[in-house]
Design a protein around this ligand. Structure first.
Ligand SMILES: *Cc1c(COP(=O)(O)O)cnc(C)c1O
Length: 421
């Protein structure tokens, strides 16, 4: 028995699918202590958009540590934090016509969601929050109440309250927004008027379901009409994953709050923020506290990542070219293996392919792993293979990954045909 099985809790999940011991990593590649190499199409579930040990970020961090730059700072002012705030404002917010204040929360995504929900309830003086089917917002109690997944909800051990669930776009062919508007205007609908609506514009864990620009615009208009705050949880879909810095940019909506974590720190370092419209900033000092809100190493790499990758639109063009490259292969296998695949999901480098059965996706993922690539599944039955490579991936590296995937699919199709006959 190895040390992990002997000592580490059963709560591990990714480790169960990829049972090797990693030692080092660079860009899109992971290395094991046995000397094997794996292409990383999981990328820390979207926390490594700029790749492992990105040399530009690493240099800045090494220099900062070498100069004894502040590591831990609670919420005190530091030069590293100032640079991050300036770069976020100058390279991201101002060019997009967005005016947000920044709340540093505890360094996990779920804590940013907690903060956003608390602030919405405080500002509006209402308890209820509307969240959507298949949404994932984290696993602490407040965020978990907004999360759909039964496996995660089952871990709560107590009532999860304060959230009303509505159908996301395309869910069971229902028009969730027509329902929402009807319920808001009916005094006997039983819907307690919500303080806020929270959603992902592309549902990361829920199966790469995409909300269209029109649907987002409709939702935003309903929220405005009824004095309800709109919170976009961009923890996974943000930081370039869908092709623009914020996932909601193409729709033109301007959410009241935005949560960011995962790749905002740039280097895989823990960091989370809530972006909020200035008039919502009704917090009292220390009202949402947290010891690790001042991870200055993350501020350093976050600031450099923003400047290096978002000062012009080259990186966006790169992401969109890679997304198109990925889409070609997905279209091809969809056509070639209609018995295995159902449809293409997601957008940008947040794409995947849904299998008819979760078992198919799991088996193909396993074959990819055997051939040197790490890839995960998402969706209610883990039926969607999710191509989450670092956004910095080169054309050749992506080709290599897609080749491994195609080979795995071919192997799977052959073996399942044998089983069937
Ligand atoms: C990962 C994720 C979270 C939770 O972040 P943690 O850092 O795991 O707490 C919340 N919302 C979305 C959309 C996520 O993808």
């Amino acid at each position: 028995m190895n040390i992990f099985n002997a000592q580490e809790s059963n709560v591990q999940c990714y480790a169960k699918n990829f049972p090797v011991v990693f030692s080092s990593a660079k860009g899109c590649w992971l290395n094991t202590s046995e000397g094997e190499r794996y292409l990383d199409f999981l990328a820390g579930a979207g926390a490594l958009n700029y790749g492992h040990n990105n040399p530009v970020l690493k240099k800045a961090l090494m220099d900062y540590i070498d100069q004894d730059g502040l590591t831990h700072g609670l919420d005190m002012h530091s030069e590293a934090k100032a640079t991050f705030l300036e770069n976020l404002k100058n390279y991201i917010l101002t060019p997009r016509g967005l005016d947000y204040k920044v709340q540093f929360t505890g360094p996990t995504g779920t804590n940013a969601v907690e903060a956003a929900l608390k602030l919405a309830r405080k500002v509006k003086g209402r308890q209820n929050i509307v969240a959507f089917t298949n949404g994932f917002h984290g696993v602490s109690y407040g965020a978990l109440a907004a999360t759909g997944n039964q496996h995660h909800r089952g871990g709560a051990g107590m009532a999860l309250s304060g959230v009303t669930r509505l159908p996301y776009e395309g869910y069971a062919d229902l028009d969730g927004l027509a329902l929402f508007e009807a319920m808001l205007t009916d005094n006997s609908s039983g819907l307690d008027k919500p303080a806020a609506v929270i959603l992902e514009t592309v549902q990361g864990e829920g199966g790469l379901n995409v909300a269209s620009d029109e649907w987002l615009q409709r939702l935003s208009a309903i929220c405005k009409r009824h004095d309800i705050l709109l919170i976009v949880d961009d923890i996974q879909a943000g930081c370039g994953r869908t092709g623009t810095f914020f996932s909601f940019e193409p729709s033109g909506i301007k959410p009241d709050m935005v949560t960011l974590s995962k790749s905002i720190g740039g280097y895989g370092l823990p960091m989370a923020v809530v972006l909020l419209k200035p008039e919502l900033d009704k917090w009292l000092p220390g009202e949402h506290n947290g010891t690790f809100r001042g991870n200055n190493h993350a501020f350093v790499t976050a600031a450099v990542a923003i400047e290096a990758y978002w000062h012009n639109d080259e990186f966006e063009q790169h992401i969109n070219a890679r997304a198109a490259q990925l889409n070609v292969t997905l279209q091809k296998v969809l056509k070639q293996y209609p018995a295995v695949f159902e449809k293409i999901k997601g957008r940008g480098l947040m794409q995947g392919i849904a299998c008819h059965d979760g078992e198919f996706a799991g088996a193909i993922g396993k074959l990819c792993f055997a051939n040197g690539m790490i890839i995960e599944t998402a969706g209610p039955d883990d039926e969607v293979l999710k191509f989450f490579c670092p956004l910095t991936i080169s054309e050749a590296e992506l080709e290599k990954g897609l080749h491994i995937f195609e080979k795995a699919v071919a192997e799977y199709a052959k073996s399942s045909m044998k089983k069937a006959s």
